[in-house]
Design a protein around this ligand. Sequence first.
Ligand SMILES: [Zn+2]
Length: 60
Amino acid sequence: MLACTECGKTADSFELGWSVFSLDDPDAPGEQTLVTYCAECLAREFGGLLRWLTYSGPEN
Ligand SMILES: [Zn+2]
């Protein structure tokens, strides 16, 4: 089962929009930790980045 690192929301399966990242663990320098974000938290935390990644130029 997945659990959102940010808000604690759970999902039985990998639902659309959920993402898992490997980040440096703030509690253990040099170690990697996995964090899971639900679609809502991903949009809130990385909304700007995702918009940039999907930016396809000025609309015609
Ligand atoms: Zn969440």
